[in-house]
Design a protein around this ligand. Structure first.
Ligand SMILES: Cc1ncc(COP(=O)(O)O)c(C=O)c1O
Length: 392
């Protein structure tokens, strides 16, 4: 490995949300924070160099994109995902959540029901409810320690009139990389009922061997016409603080609506630093990504083994991708209302609380494995030791 993911980087006092807001969010600052989904790893060196060079300009005026930017994005999706993206399909947006919100606003009406598959990334609820729409849940089904979609219930929601579906692919927090067959089944239902799909594919590059991400729009030209993919390089390369993402749709009319709305929101000028970061990431970051994925897979294997050996009462799902581990802690016998207090005061770790992902997540915790192995090991040791005491 050229990159050293074991390196401990002190992120305290860097205005890190994960490390420096821990006290505000969890009520203590001496926890091992494995919660919000960023990595405790340095970015690929090429990205850092490109950003430093851009910073050295010293003039930070309004910025435009060059063709190299769009080619870097299209090249990436072609190489990594076998999907031909026409640069004219791409719109910039500062964050994926911004894009989800704009899509809900543009492609549904107040009072409409918007389908999500729960438990799911908490802002999915916020962009629906905050825009005056109604959440229509299609709860995921657990089978063989993995989530599956309930297609019959999904069809029922579409038949009852829901016209917009926000898909999380790969899925956070379950770590499922949906198979082509699963996505094709969803696509067939969307065509049958005329449902628009907003596919959040921010985790698309984070897949483990044997699991391949299928961009929803790549399924067929017909499906592409009813799909908007919201994605980014930020999860892949640990850039969420840089605030860059894109929407991709071949539907020209929808693209125009999205661009008009982004302009009205004043979001039509690219950020000064984004193009440099994206070109470096997509053109020079591939080896780093492959090494990072191998390291995180090592963390995952370690975590699964450690939990099975030391605290078999908790049951993790088996993720196909992402750096997130979704763990059923109900076997510890700790009341949902006390889980946070126990985690903070007894285990001294900060994992994400499952209940924030929906009622289906009550009694679950989500562990972020994108950290040096020594931190993951220490956090799991504290967690398991506290868990054993809770069981006594
Ligand atoms: C499914 C999903 N979508 C979106 C985001 C956030 O993306 P952004 O920071 O670009 O809004 C996350 C972050 O964890 C995520 O897991």
């Amino acid at each position: 490995m050229n990159n050293n993911f074991d390196q401990l980087i002190d992120r305290r006092n860097t205005r890190s949300y994960k490390w420096d807001d821990m006290e505000r969010i969890f009520g203590a600052d001496d926890l091992l924070p494995l919660w919000v989904a960023d990595m405790d790893f340095s970015v690929p060196p090429a990205i850092k160099e490109a950003l430093v060079k851009r910073a050295e300009l010293g003039v930070y005026g309004y910025t435009t994109h060059s063709n190299d930017y769009y080619e870097a994005i299209a090249g990436w999706f072609n190489r990594r995902h076998g999907w031909q993206v026409d640069p004219s399909w791409i719109s910039d947006s500062p964050t994926v959540v911004t894009s989800l919100s704009v899509c809900v606003e543009q492609f549904s009406a107040p009072g409409d029901r918007v389908v999500i598959q729960t438990p799911v990334y908490p802002p999915f609820y916020e962009v629906i409810e905050g825009n005056g729409r109604i959440v229509a849940k299609n709860p995921l089904v657990q089978r063989n320690n993995r989530f599956e979609m309930d297609l019959a219930h999904l069809e029922q929601l579409f038949a009852e009139g829901a016209k917009l579906f926000i898909l999380c692919s790969p899925h956070n927090p379950g770590g499922r990389v949906w198979t082509r067959a699963e996505l094709e089944a969803v696509g067939a239902l969307c065509i049958k009922y005329g449902v628009a799909v907003v596919s959040d594919e921010i985790h698309c590059d984070l897949t483990f061997p044997g699991h391949e991400h299928t961009p929803f729009s790549s399924l067929s030209p017909e499906i592409a016409e009813l799909t908007i993919i919201c994605t980014a390089a930020t999860k892949t390369f640990n850039l969420p603080g840089v605030q860059t993402s894109f929407l991709i749709t071949s539907n020209k009319q929808w693209k125009r609506r999205i661009d008009t709305r982004l302009k009205v929101l004043g979001l039509n000028y690219p950020h000064h630093f984004i193009e440099a970061a994206i070109i470096a990431a997509y053109n020079e970051g591939e080896q780093w990504l492959d090494e990072m994925l191998a390291y995180v897979k090592g963390n995952l294997d370690f975590a699964l083994q450690y939990l099975a050996q030391h605290l078999p009462e908790v049951k993790p799902l088996l993720p196909d991708g992402t750096y997130l581990l979704w763990v059923d802690c109900r076997g510890l016998g700790i009341a949902q209302s006390s889980l946070k207090k126990w985690m903070v005061e007894e285990a001294k770790v900060a994992f994400s609380l499952g209940s924030t992902f929906g009622t289906e997540g009550e009694g679950w915790l989500r562990i972020n494995l994108a950290a040096p192995r020594s931190i993951v090991a220490q956090a799991l040791e504290q967690f398991c030791n506290a868990g054993k005491l809770a069981l006594k």
